[in-house]
Design a binder for this molecule. Structure first.
Ligand SMILES: [Zn+2]
Ligand SMILES: [Zn+2]
Ligand SMILES: [Zn+2]
Ligand SMILES: [Zn+2]
Ligand SMILES: [Zn+2]
Length: 296
């Protein structure tokens, strides 16, 4: 029982490690020291320079918030693109090029799906039959002047009228759009609230705008704490076991890593959010109980 708990915690820490480091360790796990060094170096810039990526309707609605696992037109996922900037570029639009070797994708481009099927171009060919190079020319026919989908989004507008938008926190705030809370995770893209992977029209984004509440910041740091605070918490007692466990099952680790989907993004962040809510409620109950017990 105890051993299982230790292993569960190690796996949980491995998941957290993966969400923070992404592929930046080049496939070889950081030592605890390297991990701390990575966080010290990368997290401040990541929080400062986070890029929000969404697929925006001409009505101004973000019909899709892009997360780490959301595929690009180039077929690679958002997290495989250059999502961390030490200093933000001055020019607009900000490019988020693909980092996969020889991929011609110059900036992340969301492509909608119709159910489980990718939408087709008006030339009848699939997105992956087109080049991910600028202009998105078709490689399967000569009549196509570049990928163009007439698929109608749930917002009522055609796909081609939408735009993949990359913007900074200030740019979103200026438009009154939610920015969510600061998180240390890589490639968070447009995810600002939990359930935000749902399509715009059915999303209840209550993440709000601005700084986390005082309640959140003042709460004691625990293993279930706000991920940003937790990331800066010193290495925990089981930090030593993380590389070991992950190392001994590195193949399984890699497989499950490769199998991650957008649903996993949702499940992971939703779980963190629920844990946090539980903690806050429990803390409130503790605060209240001594008062009630004093009553006659
Ligand atoms: Zn690519
Ligand atoms: Zn791409
Ligand atoms: Zn085409
Ligand atoms: Zn074609
Ligand atoms: Zn739409």
């Amino acid at each position: 029982m105890e051993r299982l708990q230790v292993e569960a915690q190690a796996l949980e820490e491995y998941a957290e490690y993966r969400r923070i480091v992404g592929d930046d360790d080049g496939g070889k796990l950081f030592t605890p020291e390297e991990y701390e060094e990575y966080k010290r170096k990368v997290l401040p810039a990541r929080l400062q320079n986070r890029l929000y990526v969404s697929w925006r309707s001409p009505t101004g609605m973000d019909c899709k918030l892009v997360g780490p696992e959301t595929p690009c037109f180039c077929t690679h996922r958002y997290k495989q693109h250059k999502t961390d900037y030490e200093a933000l570029p001055k020019e607009r639009p900000i490019g988020v090029p693909c980092r996969v070797g020889r991929c011609p994708c110059q900036s992340y481009q969301f492509v909608p799906r119709s159910g489980a099927q990718p939408v087709r171009c008006r030339c009848k060919h699939l997105p992956e039959q087109h080049s991910a190079a600028p202009g998105f020319p078709c490689r399967a026919c000569s009549k196509c002047s570049g990928f163009h989908s007439c698929f109608t989004c749930a917002c009522g507008q055609p796909a081609y009228a939408h735009e993949t938008v990359v913007e900074t926190k200030e740019e979103r705030l200026a438009q009154g759009k939610p920015v969510g809370q600061d998180v240390p995770y890589a490639a968070m893209g447009g995810l600002t609230g939990f359930s935000s992977l749902a399509e715009g029209y059915m999303r209840l984004d209550d993440s709000g705008i601005g700084a986390p509440s005082a309640e959140l910041l003042e709460a004691p740091i625990t293993s279930m704490d706000h991920p940003f605070l937790k990331a800066f918490q010193g290495p925990s007692s089981s930090a030593q076991t993380t590389p070991q466990i992950a190392g001994s099952s590195s193949d399984t680790g890699r497989v499950s890593h490769g199998k991650q989907s957008e649903a996993d993004d949702m499940a992971y962040f939703e779980k963190r959010y629920q844990e946090r809510l539980k903690m806050v409620k429990a803390a409130k109950r503790k605060e209240r109980s001594p008062v009630t017990s004093k009553k006659p």
